[in-house]
Design a binder for this molecule. Structure first.
Ligand code: AP5
Length: 221
C-alpha cells in the first residue's frame, strides 16, 4: 500500500503518518525527517539541504526525488510506504508516479489533512521535536512525560529552527504556491480524501483510520 499525507505545515502529517505506519506495519518515509537527520549528522546531504530547510524554502526537486527513490528501494519499503511531506511539487508527484509505474505499482490514497491557518500557527508555536527520532510533541496538548526528553527514545527535545514566525510565513507561502496544487492533481486522479484536521490527535486519527480501513476492504474485495 502506498499512502501519501498531504497538508500545510503543522497540519499533523507527521503525527498521523507515524500512527498509521505503526498500525499497518509499513515504513514511514518523511522527507523533512530525512533532511533534519542528515543535518544533525552533518552529512553531505545535510550540508546541501541545510539552508533550504532553515529558510523554509523547498530543497531542489532533483535532489529530493533522488533521496526519496533511494529510500523507497530499501527492503523495509517492500510491503508499502506511508509518505509524509513528499511529493510537494508537480515534478515530484510525476517522478513518483513514473517510478511506481515501472514496478507496476501506484499510489492508493492521498490523505489531505485540512486545518485553518490560525490552528496551524498555534500548533507550530507549541511544537517541540526529538533531536534523535524526530517525534513531535505539543508542549500544551501532548507534552512528553519527562520534561525536555523524548518518551520514545530519551532524545533531547528542541524547537525546529524553521518554526520561527519568519520561516513559518515562508513555508506557508511555499505551501500555497508549490504544494497546494497537488490537491487538484490527486483529486483529478481520483486518489484524494480530505480529512478534517481540527480536534485532538486521537479524533483525527480515528477519521483517518476509517478511510484506510475502507481502502483495505476495497482492495480485498
Ligand atoms: P517537513 O518536516 O515536512 O515540514 P512541514 O511539511 O512544514 O510539516 P511539519 O513537520 O511542520 O508539520 P506536520 O504536518 O508534520 O505536523 P506535525 O505532525 O509535526 O519539511 C521541513 C522542510 O524540509 C521544508 O520546509 C523543506 O525545506 C524541506 N522539505 C521536506 N520535504 C520536502 C520535499 N518533498 N521537497 C522539497 N523540500 C522538502 O504536528 C505539528 C504540531 O501539532 C506538533 O506539535 C503535534 O504534536 C501537534 N499536533 C498534531 N496534530 C494535532 C492535533 N490534532 N491537535 C493538536 N495538536 C496536534
Amino acid at each position: 500500500m502506498y499512502i501519501i499525507f498531504l497538508g500545510a505545515p503543522g497540519a499533523g502529517k507527521g503525527t498521523q503518518a507515524a500512527n498509521v505506519a505503526r498500525e499497518l506495519n509499513l515504513a514511514h518515509v518523511a522527507t523533512g525527517d530525512l533532511f533534519r537527520q542528515a543535518m544533525e549528522a552533518e552529512t553531505e546531504l545535510g550540508t546541501q539541504v541545510g539552508a533550504h530547510v532553515a529558510r523554509g524554502t523547498l530543497v531542489p526537486d532533483e535532489l529530493t526525488i533522488r533521496v526519496v527513490l533511494e529510500r523507497l528501494a530499501a527492503p523495509d519499503c517492500a510491503r508499502g510506504v506511508i509518505l509524509d511531506g513528499f511529493p510537494r511539487t508537480q515534478a515530484q508527484a510525476k517522478a513518483l508516479d513514473r517510478a511506481l509505474a515501472e514496478q507496476f505499482k501506484s499510489i492508493d490514497r492521498v490523505i489531505y489533512i485540512k486545518i485553518t491557518e490560525a490552528e496551524l500557527l498555534r500548533r507550530l508555536s507549541q511544537r517541540w521535536v526529538c533531536r534523535n527520532c524526530q517525534a513531535p510533541y505539543n508542549i500544551v496538548n501532548s507534552p512528553s512525560e519527562s520534561e525536555g526528553k523524548c518518551d520514545k527514545c530519551g532524545g533531547e527535545l528542541y524547537q525546529r529552527p524553521d518554526d520561527t514566525p519568519q520561516a513559518v510565513k515562508k513555508r506557508l507561502e511555499v505551501y500555497f504556491s508549490e504544494t497546494a496544487p497537488l490537491i487538484d492533481y490527486y483529486t483529478a486522479a481520483g486518489k484524494l480524501v480530505e480529512i478534517d484536521g481540527e480536534g485532538g490527535i486521537d479524533k483525527v486519527s480515528r477519521r483517518i483510520m476509517a478511510v484506510i480501513r475502507e481502502e483495505s476492504r476495497a482492495r480485498r474485495a
